[in-house]
Design a binder for this molecule. Structure first.
Ligand SMILES: [Zn+2]
Length: 675
């Protein structure tokens, strides 16, 4: 899940004025909740708020992200001022941050830092050397099941995770990659809006090459673009890549040589540090075969230009400003519609989080996540689990033996609240003040090697995949675990000073969402140990498929652009999780408040506050290009449409007297009930 937060914080500069309760000013009560619950809850705020110039979207989660970024920035500045002992975490994060902030230092080094990389590429004279160079670019930069990030600009992406057939061991998963734009659709989509982006990307490639002083940039860019377009042709779609059973293809090392002979795999794997690995999972086999064919059919010169362009693009955040600006001009302005680059300090926070996340998280938790908050959140999780357990018990469509397995899986679920049990160590990672580029390159490689080192080790179910200072939450299906980072557990979603119903409508629905992933169409594929083994009876599955199909149709009907509707199939797991999570949160809030005096606040009763809090938690404004990107590449529906989840709950109809004829009204038989 992502971007789920409710905005009751109004940020003015650094100071945050908090409202404890529904944001009345942000509503538009002229709109009936039954016609548009998103506008009803958020219309006032939408009308009076501009998206900040350095953002592609703004709203509940973005406001908390901005607040957290400011807080982390203060922590990093303090660490930088400490000049701590070399090798200590304070030194590592302080020097990483201050090097990134040292714009003058970065300018004065110019492109010198890239020379060794560019010269190595110049020195490629054979296809085996090309294979080795491509292998060197492999990074652990994708994640199929947890963060569901399926895109990498490198030829292939690596994910080290449990073997889905034998969850006691790790295996390397290889994913399709190579595209500079976010998805194959950007290269192949036939609508004028998609086609209009392509010449701008090609011009961007040319601009990057020209900035690096490479001659004939326009002609080279045309060839690089064409190479990527051919890669896109063999790529799987996002929806196809989400099919777990289709992706779980075990290949022995020998199979690569037989099935995809055009790439020198010996050279590739050896350069990638995988020379001794005998077993892999190839997620999109036909794409891997198709990509490897391009090694033989495209000229070596085009490949070398391609490698140079991507090396420059990868490193751009750590290069002189002209590279940063050119990268932003395409990825920020064209693809996201964002007018202004984020200030350097925000980018420095982002880079520090990305490369030294746990060291930063440790400081963040010490200052901003009190033990009482952790306890309170854990109690809420227990109520959600109890609500889920009761819902499973009551299901009339699920076979008794399936229910037993579901309950066992619920019991085995490992829920992490706030931060991991063990912080990751960065021992041995050399961070040198004044060497922004080198710090990045070493940290990037350090993380890659850490991932490789897992191969052959026992699986660690306590490992987190998110930073504690991240405003988000995640289910790890193969680990049967959930992470709720500290930064998401703060007002307004989780606020001791607001009615409990509102906590449950906001963070409660998120907790329920994440729990339900263990039981949705993907969760049903994994048993309590994380083995890919469908534990449902055929009838259970048939019911689930039928409900899922109706929910997919519900989302297919949302049409933000004339040429683009929400993809109901691509977003189905997340939408099911939203319906299930909201249902469980509703039950849990009833459970938590039984026997207490019914609350009323600002004219709303507890049920209304619950749903209002949910709808405000999805508050968001987003720029059109960013919305387009999200619809095409994201497994989640855009925020506004996630707010419409309430249509599927009977209690919402009662709370707001929603009647037939209203836009969001669904007849009781059309409301989707899964859990
Ligand atoms: Zn989710």
């Amino acid at each position: 899940m992502k971007r789920f937060l409710s905005c009751l914080i109004v940020l003015t500069g650094v100071a945050a004025a908090e409202i404890h309760g529904p944001d009345l000013k942000g509503m538009d009560t002229a709109v009936a909740p039954g016609d548009d619950v998103f506008k009803f809850a958020n219309g006032g705020w939408i009308g009076s708020t501009d998206i900040p110039a350095d953002r592609s979207y703004y709203g509940s989660s973005a406001i908390l992200i901005e607040l957290t970024t400011q807080r982390v920035n203060e922590l990093l500045k303090l660490a930088a001022a400490e000049h701590a002992r070399t090798g200590s975490e304070a030194q590592q994060i302080g020097d990483f941050y201050s090097s990134f902030m040292d714009e003058a230092g970065i300018e004065s080094k110019g492109l010198k830092v890239m020379q060794p990389t560019l010269e190595r590429i110049d020195g490629i004279f054979s296809r085996n050397e090309l294979a080795a160079a491509l292998g060197e670019t492999l990074r652990a930069d994708v994640d199929i099941l947890n963060s569901t990030s399926l895109h990498t600009p490198h030829l292939l992406g690596l994910w080290v995770a449990q073997d889905l057939n034998d969850p006691k061991r790790y295996l390397p998963f290889l994913l399709q990659g190579g595209l500079g734009m976010p998805d194959r659709e950007y290269y192949l989509g036939t609508s004028p809006a998609m086609a209009a982006i392509r010449p701008q990307y090609q011009a961007h490639i040319a601009a990057v090459l020209a900035l690096a002083g490479i001659d004939g940039a326009a002609a080279r860019a045309a060839r690089i673009f064409e190479l990527e377009r051919r890669m896109a042709e063999v790529h799987w779609t996002r929806a196809a890549s989400e099919q777990i059973e289709a992706g779980n293809n075990h290949w022995s090392r020998a199979q690569f040589f037989v099935l995809a002979p055009d790439l020198d795999w010996r050279a590739f794997f050896s350069a990638a540090g995988l020379g001794g690995q005998n077993e892999f999972v190839v997620w999109q086999p036909s794409a891997l075969v198709g990509l490897s064919k391009l090694i033989a059919t495209e000229s070596l010169g085009t490949w070398k230009d391609y490698l140079k362009y991507h090396a420059l693009e990868d490193a751009a955040p750590y290069l002189p400003q002209k590279f940063v600006d050119e990268r932003f001009a395409f990825y920020g302005r064209v693809l996201q519609g964002t007018p202004e680059l984020r200030p350097r300090w925000k980018r420095a926070v982002g880079a520090s989080d990305a490369h030294l996340g746990d060291a930063v998280g440790r400081l963040y938790v010490a200052k901003y996540f009190a033990p009482e908050q952790k306890k309170r959140a854990e109690a809420m999780v227990q109520n959600l689990l109890a609500a889920f357990d009761a819902r499973i018990e009551r299901l009339d469509w699920m076979a008794p033996q399936t229910k037993l397995i579901a309950k066992a899986k619920l019991k085995a679920l490992k829920i992490g609240v706030g931060y991991p049990d063990h912080w990751r160590s960065y021992a041995g990672l050399r961070i040198i003040r004044g060497d922004a580029f080198g710090n990045w390159a070493r940290a990037d490689l350090y993380e890659y090697r850490r991932q490789l080192a897992k191969l052959g080790q026992p699986v660690d179910r306590s490992e987190w995949v998110m930073n504690a200072q991240l405003v988000n939450a995640v289910n790890l299906p193969a680990m049967n675990a959930i992470n709720f980072p500290a930064a998401v557990l703060q007002p307004p979603y989780f606020d001791p000073e607001q009615p409990l119903a509102m906590d449950y409508g906001a963070i409660g629905a998120t907790i329920g969402h994440e729990i339900s992933h263990s039981f949705d169409d993907q969760g049903a594929l994994f048993d309590a140990q994380g083995r890919l083994k469908n534990w449902w009876q055929p009838d259970d599955f048939a019911h689930f498929r039928a409900s899922g199909a109706r929910l997919a149709a519900q989302f297919d009907a949302y049409r933000p652009f004339p040429d683009l509707h929400i993809n109901g199939e691509q977003t189905l797991s997340e939408n099911i999780a939203d319906v299930a999570g909201l249902n469980a949160a509703y039950d849990a809030y009833r459970l938590a408040t039984q026997g207490t005096t019914p609350v009323r606040l600002s004219g709303f009763d507890a049920d209304q506050l619950f749903f209002l809090s949910f709808a405000q938690s999805w508050r968001e404004k987003i720029r059109d290009p960013a919305l387009r990107d999200e619809i095409i590449t994201d497994g989640h529906a855009p925020a506004q449409y996630r707010a419409y989840t309430v249509r599927n709950l009977d209690a919402w109809y009662e709370a707001f007297q929603v009647k037939p004829g209203q836009t969001l009204y669904l007849a009781p038989t059309d409301r989707v009930r899964v859990w």
